[in-house]
Design a protein around this ligand. Structure first.
Ligand SMILES: [Zn+2]
Length: 550
């Protein structure tokens, strides 16, 4: 440990400008917090489970000890430590009966094997679909501004849409959907929403590892447990009754047995001329009960009142939840501990709170927002952004932390996805003082901009980014960093094996937190209102509240 500390010191002294005002962060404390949060006792931190109670209590205790004020719901003139987040919780009761029929011959499907079906989110208590026709609708995109419509007026009522993941120009790398980079049209959430608008009874998304950017295990683990949504007035407008993924090999075979060539049809789907194709002689059946109820989960909110402009807010956010208890892995482990995802970001927020509380009061207020139900679709942040405790128009910016690297320091950093905004420029300038360079998301096709909690704020115009640890390690360079990254994605991401390791040094996080602290501190002690770039799709939403910032 001593040697590590020395090399870190050497590093910072060698930087051109030493940011002397940034406090140092303790890697041991980060490690201890991650260890606690990801221990089996916290049961994988599933929303509305005993694991939530433990996690929320732990966070409140840490914030209290640090001297923060509660920043949550206002009750009788007093703030609570939490913001109640009502969520619809739906779960398939027992084993779902699923099948396809080819030329009258039924073939049973096993949940988690050929198919992963989520519990119905459209308000159904019972799903009973008998021999619904299957219609391939390409990428399932309807984008008038891009003159693109995969549906071409097909009637999907009572039918199951089969769609491809990502957007139409992902494979060609060139086109109207950002080339390799993913637009929102490429996200699975969009596929479901659009199919609901088209009136489909269900959707089967064909899983392919590259365009999905994750393997089947991730799909299986994220879809076969209890599902959540924010409570909606008309849920069927957002969700078709059946929302599912199917394995690629199974899809190829289905197409083949209908006399169709999957690859050839996919090529067609990459053009505007594509028209929906019925899988002749085939149908889909599903029968299961859905247990659903409204449950209440919680965002945890700590606050430091600004000395000069308490009504202006800088937010640090991180999701506290993970996947809870689910399907066992090969070793029989059922607890999805979520040490990296997102024990790290949660621990980082606690450490940041401690650091800010030991410093002179900032001019603007700082809110530490630990959101729930990120793993269920960014729901805690969505709920906060839809029901803000502090006005979004006067929220200066959101710095979100999700799945940080617990190893040693890197020479670079990144953000989730690609976006252009002053907040990123500020981060780049701040990180330079530590000799860190910015590496843009090397995989914009994975649509990471839509996959973290900052997006709930971004789509409402609030400047927001998710910081990402670098992979060009001081010790071992890109080779070592990338290897660790690949190993995490392959072996641990959303799997029970995302567990705390004694060998993690946390020195990289400790160093990065100095940068993130400085970024937030300088924003909180300035009159700056960072904005989106002029051509950003989020700028217009921000402009709507411009008067609030005069
Ligand atoms: Zn996460």
């Amino acid at each position: 440990m001593k040697r590590l500390a020395l090399s870190l010191l050497a590093l910072s002294i060698s930087s051109a400008v030493l940011a002397a005002e940034a406090p140092s962060f303790d890697p041991h404390r980060l490690s201890a917090d991650v260890k606690t949060l990801s221990s089996d006792a916290f049961e994988g931190r599933g929303p509305a489970t005993a694991g939530e109670t433990k996690t929320v209590d732990y966070l409140i205790a840490q914030y209290k000890a640090a001297g923060l004020q509660p920043g949550g719901d206002l009750k009788n003139g007093k703030r609570a430590w939490t913001q109640a987040v009502p969520l619809l919780r739906a779960e398939i009761a027992g084993t779902p009966a699923l099948s396809v029929s080819v030329d009258g011959k039924p073939q049973a499907l096993t949940q988690g094997e050929q198919i992963a079906v989520r519990a119905a989110m459209d308000g159904s208590k019972q799903v009973a679909i008998k021999d619904a026709p299957l219609v391939f609708v390409g990428y399932g995109v309807k984008a008038p501004e891009r003159h693109w419509d995969d549906f071409k007026g097909v009637d999907l009522h009572g039918k199951i849409a089969v769609v491809l993941i990502n957007d139409p120009d992902f494979e060609t790398g060139q086109g109207d959907f950002g080339g390799k980079a993913m637009t929102y049209y490429g996200r699975w959430t969009y596929k479901y929403e659009e199919a609901a608008r088209q009136g489909a009874a269900g959707v089967l998304i064909v899983h392919e590892t590259e365009p999905a950017s994750y393997g089947w295990n991730t799909v299986k683990n994220s879809n076969t447990n209890a599902m959540f949504d924010i409570v909606r007035d008309k849920p069927a407008e957002t969700h078709p009754q059946v929302e599912a993924w199917i394995q690629r090999d199974f899809a190829v075979d289905l197409f083949k047995r209908a006399g169709l060539d999957f690859d050839a049809l996919k090529k067609q789907a990459q053009t505007r001329e594509f028209k929906p194709v019925t899988l002749k002689g085939e149908s889909f059946s599903a029968s299961y009960k859905v247990d659903s109820k409204v449950i209440t989960s919680h965002n945890v909110v700590g606050r430091i009142d600004g000395a000069k402009h308490p009504d202006e807010t800088v937010i640090y956010s991180a999701h506290w939840d993970h996947l809870g208890v689910g399907a066992p892995d090969a070793k029989g482990d059922k607890i999805y501990n979520g040490a990296v995802d997102n024990g790290t970001g949660t621990a980082a927020l606690i450490e940041l709170a401690r650091a800010f509380k030991s410093a002179p009061k900032p001019e603007r207020s700082i809110v530490f927002l630990n959101v729930t139900a990120e793993e269920k679709g960014l729901l805690g942040s969505e709920y906060y952004a839809a029901n803000p405790l502090y006005p979004l128009g006067k929220t200066v910016g959101v710095i979100n932390l999700d799945a940080l690297d617990p190893h040693g320091p890197a020479r670079n950093f990144t953000i989730s996805g690609s976006a252009r905004l002053d907040l990123l420029d500020d981060l780049i300038a701040t990180a330079k003082r530590w000799n860190l360079s910015y590496s843009p998301d090397p995989k914009p096709e994975a649509g990471h901009f839509f996959r973290s909690d900052h997006f709930s704020f971004a789509k409402r115009g609030v400047p927001a980014i998710s910081f990402g640890s670098g992979n060009d390690w001081v010790d071992g360079g890109l080779a070592a960093g990338k290897q660790a990254e690949d190993e995490y994605t392959d072996k641990h991401y959303h799997q029970p094996s995302d567990e705390w390791e004694a060998g993690w040094s946390f020195t990289g996080m400790a160093r990065d937190l100095q940068i993130l602290y400085t970024l937030g501190s300088e924003l909180a002690n300035s009159n700056q209102w960072p904005d989106w770039s002029k051509d950003s799709e989020f700028r217009a939403a921000r402009d709507k509240t411009a008067a609030d910032r005069k």
